[in-house]
Design a protein around this ligand. Sequence first.
Ligand code: HSE
Length: 315
Amino acid sequence: MTSIKIFCPATIANLNCGFDVLGLCLESIGDEIIIRKSVNKCVKITNIVGANLPFEIENNVAGVAALAIFEEANKRVAFEHGFEIEIFKKIKAGSGIGSSSASAAGAVFGINELLGKPFSKIELVKFAMKGEVVASGSEHADNVAPCLLGGFTLVRGYNPLDVIKIESPSELYAVVLHPHIEVKTADARSVLQPMISLQNAIIQTGNIGGLVAGLFMSDYELISRSLHDVIIEPLRKHLIPNFDEVKDVALKNGALGAGISGAGPSIFALCKGKESAQKIALSMENMYQNTEINFDIHISKINPKGVEVISINEL
Ligand code: HSE
């Protein structure tokens, strides 16, 4: 195997109550990455299409993540070649659906495949999250984990890293409205407070437990009761024009819950069934058409597989 083309799906992080610990994987929206074995024993980005991103390895999320797996693999496996990476960006940077994570996850997944899979998908999370530091200044895994593993993921702990995959209930759909403004994750993190009240900690931990239990039991009512955020959303929602109105209209039209996707500006709603998702998407779309801001809207099932191979090239 000399080169491989990878689909790197978009993701929704946080899911209201699970800041930095919960995420889900979307279908059909995603970047593509080609990784090629090269003669020189180093990692190089040779092509970036669809975004103005740095080619220097240390300034590029995919580059940093690729270097992390490359260096660790070097200690374990004897190989005498390097890797060239081509990135085809389809997810806009600063959109809130895991743009940086998709590239980072795709790069580590592709390199691992070309090396003969020395690492499991769960082990790849720690390499991919290194890339997040470039984008947001912190190593959070709530986008890279669902991108790599598919379904829902819970980061039970960061030190040591402990990631759990949760299968999605079969009728769950996500609607994502992406206003065409950029919110940098680092900026959205800078508005947060380092301390929270005991009262809010109790509410939030109850909801995380409820959401995880609801997913395992396919209990849509419990999922709905748990999709609340008393800590992060109140501090961030002013970054997203008409956030409250979009959320209200989604809930009024039957969404199980709605909130900020990752660090925003995308707004997501979770819905039971395709028809319900279509009705909710239409209501969100009608509402946002009253604003001056361009947007796009997606309806997606939860992607059970995560990052995957599109094609393999053998010479
Ligand atoms: N958990 C991260 C944040 C996700 O909300 O800052 C960023 O995509």
